[in-house]
Design a protein around this ligand. Structure first.
Ligand code: ADP
Ligand code: ADP
Length: 236
């Protein structure tokens, strides 16, 4: 089964004059990096929120219809957000929203502790997260005192620590310099090679063209094109 299969997905926010998502359909295969691009307002964040199960449960003003399957299982069959998050990890656009602990080490560990992951496994994932996202030097820092780029790396790392099979990243490098961006993209590739499916919204098109397996271009709530970076960027 595809990692994600979406069909006829439409969303209209209350009072909006057009749909934020309009009959969106696509699939993502296991272990691929699918880059999502499009101008502001195209519906990228709304799509990420739908896929992570956030919209139908918390955004009461958003009417959604259509089908989303995660590894062949319809999203409504999951037992709520807590079960969805075991398969799908979301990194939202604003890292502040997701940083809930005082210290970076706590931020990385608390989600794993909440799930009852054994201590040796917590330690193993923590070391791996530090390695992949270059945050070993930040563990004893206050989360609120981190730079924007450091916050982004900590949030991505904390989602990685929960070991989701699908990671949804909404502009994870917006606050990062070119070296930091390259680092995060390289880490994403390592995870994809291990079978994690990554959907990443990104404005840095050159970076995406290099690192993504396929691109999905959105415009006004619709899928404008999907295919290899070459096809999508050269096409029409
Ligand atoms: P993108 O991430 O591509 O910038 P969004 O998904 O944020 O696009 O927005 C898609 C459309 O939905 C835009 O027209 C935006 O104004 C509208 N929108 C997004 N969030 C809300 C909301 N909470 N309430 C009303 N309209 C919204
Ligand atoms: P169409 O474009 O097919 O004419 P609209 O989007 O204008 O449809 O909506 C028609 C009706 O369906 C309206 O009553 C609207 O509130 C409702 N609706 C629109 N979008 C959705 C959605 N995503 N989920 C549930 N109901 C919706």
């Amino acid at each position: 089964a595809p990692a994600i299969a979406v069909s006829g997905l439409s969303v209209r926010y209350d009072g909006a004059d057009r749909r934020a998502l309009d009959e969106v359909a696509f699939e993502a295969v296991p272990g691929e990096i699918l880059g999502i691009l499009g101008p502001t307002g195209a519906g990228k964040s709304t799509l990420m929120q739908c896929l992570s199960g956030v919209i139908p449960r918390h955004e009461e003003d958003a009417a959604m219809r259509g089908d989303i399957e995660v590894f062949g299982r319809p999203l409504p069959d999951f037992a709520g957000l807590s079960e969805i998050t075991e398969s799908v990890g979301l990194v939202m656009q604003d890292p502040e929203v997701q940083l809930v602990n005082t210290m970076v080490r706590e931020e990385l560990v608390w989600g794993m502790e909440n799930r009852g992951i054994p201590v040796p496994e917590i330690e193993r994932r923590l070391r791996r997260a530090c390695d992949l996202f270059d945050i070993g030097g930040l563990l004893d820092r206050f989360t609120h005192a981190l730079s924007g780029g450091e916050k982004q790396r900590v949030v991505v790392a904390s989602v990685f620590c929960l070991s989701p099979r699908i990671m949804l990243l909404d502009e994870p490098t917006s606050e990062l310099d070119p070296a930091g961006t390259e680092g995060v993209m390289d880490a994403i590739r390592v995870l994809a090679d291990e079978g994690v499916t990554v959907l990443v919204v990104e404005h840095k098109i050159e970076e995406l063209a290099v690192h993504a397996d396929r691109l999905l271009a959105m415009r006004r709530g619709r899928v404008e094109a999907i295919g290899t970076p070459r096809d999508v960027l050269m096409g029409s």
